[in-house]
Ligand binder design. Sequence first.
Ligand code: M6R
Length: 359
Amino acid sequence: SKGAYEFYMLKEIDEQPGVMRHMSQNYLDDNGEPKVDQDILDAISKADRLYIFAAGTSYHAGLVGKTIFEHYTGIPTEVGLASEAGYHFPMMSKHPFFIFLTQSGETADSRVVLKEVNKRSIPSLTMTNVEGSTLSREATYTMLLGAGPEIAVASTKAYTAQIALQAVLAKALGEKLGKQEAKDWNLRQDLAMAAEGIQQIVDGKEKLKKLADDYLIKSRNAFYIGRGIDYAVALEAALKLKEVSYIQTEGFAAAELKHGTISLIEKGTPVVALINDPVTADLTRGNSQEVVSRGASVITIVGKDFAREGDDIVLPEINYYMSALLTVVPAQLLAYYASKDKGLDVDKPRNLAKSVTVE
Ligand code: M6R
């Protein structure tokens, strides 16, 4: 039940620290070593390429997962929209392994791809929140997210759980393959820092309500910009905001704005800049200044190490590869308040269903 909450979306955002702790308890042993079925590891370690397929928010979690898998396992990883792959199956490497990310386990678009995968006898894994769901039954292997039921149409805790679970698998796989980055990775600490960091952010939610009220609710459009993992989060942040608030929002690779889209920036256009990538932080800062000078109202969401005076939201410290777990949370809250303060039904945006079982 919603308990004291007006909407499930906020309850589910608030539950994310618990989801991170649960992930650690479920999937790491007392030494912080990942507990992943040996069968899964044997199958996936034979792969020369990983193919992640999903839709919507789960697709965005896959984009973050790609960076994590490539860094910690050294296996090239491709991410695709299930709806685009079902009828135009991708060119594959010699030994592919498919990963399906799906909160509900019922998404028809993803199921079409899995059917093609099964026809070709390619091994697959479904990461899902729903035990016994269709995609979990039809894939070779399943790993459960354990995020607890997600009721709001807008997915929040399933996204962070999917990222954390991909991290668990990446660590196990990287260690099996002898990757030093995986052996040295203190994932238990990272998940603990994610839990604490998310808690700090949700404790400061009033600030996000104010930002949503001051900059978003009167606007017809908005932008999120970022590079690297921040770009992947920008896509998710934009989906979240548009889906529940009906403000047309685009997630953009920060540097791409100047290749066309910057012409949409007018006085007062809200642009949220995500700045956590150590390699490109200064460049994204530059891109955000470019839009300020064209009149945009910029909201900055910045990792502690890159923060400057006047930044709006400063995120607690975390490993860059896990930074999406924190960066997305202020974006979820901005979306929540933009929707609620416009008087909309936050949990049931128009025209949408929780699980999309049609193609
Ligand atoms: O159940 P799934 O993860 O397969 O669902 C995929 C999308 O339909 C879902 O993430 C959708 O985009 C959400 N409404 C996003 O908040």
